[in-house]
Ligand binder design. Structure first.
Ligand code: SF4
Ligand code: SF4
Length: 388
């Protein structure tokens, strides 16, 4: 599937800093590194199997500070609600939230509330998203390029259809904060509690917001990491800018958040991309790439290079080597986000000093901001988190 050079999408992409070439192909979810670790023997190993098993406490290893039983106990407890979502339709091959959308427990109301003003409806959706606990909410169009070409049936890891309803027009993107004190302890199993808590929290928020929309009489499909790449939607919805560490950097939380999404036909006005100046900062900064223990992050400018099949074809961007990255996760028996921890944008923006730094970083004085960040993001010992 290629996109003609004169595609209307080109103009929108330019505003979002997205560069798609003629080689573009939608990404197959079967090729994401977590799916490959379930079927591809070049990725799968006893160590990757042990990584997945460690999310059950009886199989969690014990290896000193940050990897003790209490660290794994907290991490695995933090994942609990997400795990319940993931497991509830596993017998049908639907690993929901990661390899399939979250099944709706609420039918679409037969009485449809009329929407005369999509801008007002968008404001109401954002109000409701905040009420349920999302920190950020943006809205963009349902650009099908970012849909996975197929989802994965986890019974045999084969391609399966998405089963999305017809007529979807919009994507609501929600941002969910990760705990700053836990993130400061990466790499550790303890820090993985920040990831698990964010996923468990987002599962509840995205399902509740989707239920609200379905009660209004419109389609709403709740989605976490499944079904589509969320980053292009988050950027197009004006929530932030893509960075070298493969994350979206937002003005409110920097890179310290996760995203979920809802596909809907509710009439909504769209947000617009808001380039901040993050890419210009990443051009002069390599702190994440320097800190990566397995050299999985790129130096130099964005490119269309694909280190392996776990990278999308035909998009010019900074792309990690997912095989190296996940290899390190497997070694830890937990997720790693060192590249998030050390990022100078990972700050508490409720503090005025952080807001002044951000202003500097997004201005032509970015080199001063980088110099001021030379000792930023040092690791906190996990035992100090427990003592605190
Ligand atoms: S998550 Fe860890 S291993 Fe992966 S790219 Fe970031 S620093 Fe490297
Ligand atoms: S550490 Fe530096 S290069 Fe990496 S994402 Fe953050 S600002 Fe960009």
């Amino acid at each position: 599937m290629t996109w003609p050079a004169n595609s209307a999408k080109r103009t929108e992409d330019a505003a979002a800093g997205i560069e798609v070439s003629e080689e573009f192909e939608p990404f197959a979810q079967r090729d994401d590194i977590f799916s490959r670790a379930m079927w591809d023997d070049t990725v799968r190993s006893p160590r990757t199997d042990a990584f997945f098993a460690s999310y059950r406490i009886e199989a969690a290893p014990r290896r000193g500070d940050g990897f003790t039983q209490r660290d794994f106990a907290l991490r695995n407890a933090a994942w609990l609600i997400s795990d319940i979502m993931t497991d509830r339709h596993a017998a049908q091959g639907r690993r929901e939230g990661f390899q399939a959308t979250l099944s709706a427990d609420t039918p679409v109301s037969p009485d449809r509330v009329p929407v005369d003003d999509p801008a007002r409806m968008a404001a109401e959706v954002k109000r409701t998203a905040r009420f349920f606990g999302a920190q950020l909410c943006g809205i963009t169009d349902f650009d099908r390029r970012w849909l996975y070409s197929a989802r994965v049936d986890t019974r045999d890891m084969s391609d399966a259809p998405h089963d999305l309803p017809e007529g979807l027009t919009n994507v609501i993107v929600l941002g969910h904060e990760m705990d700053a004190d836990l993130v400061a302890t990466y790499p550790s199993a303890l820090a993985g509690a920040a990831t698990g808590k964010a996923y468990s929290h987002e599962a509840a928020v995205v399902l509740q917001l989707a239920a609200y929309i379905r009660n209004l009489g419109y389609q709403a499909v709740a989605s976490m990491n499944d079904t589509a790449l969320v980053i292009p939607y988050a950027v197009k919805a004006g929530l932030g800018e893509y960075a070298r560490n493969q994350l979206v950097i937002t003005p409110q939380l920097g890179p310290r958040l996760r995203f979920s999404k809802i596909f809907t036909d509710l009439p909504l006005s769209h947000d617009v991309p808001k380039p901040l100046g993050v890419a210009a900062f990443c051009d002069i900064c390599t702190k994440c790439a320097d800190a990566c223990p397995v050299a999985a992050l790129p130096f130099g400018p964005p490119s269309t290079d694909r280190p392996n099949r776990s990278a999308i074809k035909g998009v010019r961007k900074w792309t990690s080597d997912a095989e190296k990255c996940f290899g390190f996760w497997a070694k830890l028996a937990s997720d790693c986000a060192i590249c998030l921890r050390v990022c100078p944008f990972n700050r508490d923006y409720t503090r005025w000093t952080a807001r002044v730094w951000r202003r500097l970083a997004l201005s032509r004085f970015r080199r001063v901001a980088l110099w001021l960040s030379r000792d930023h993001g040092a690791r906190v010992k996990p035992q100090n988190w427990w003592a605190g």
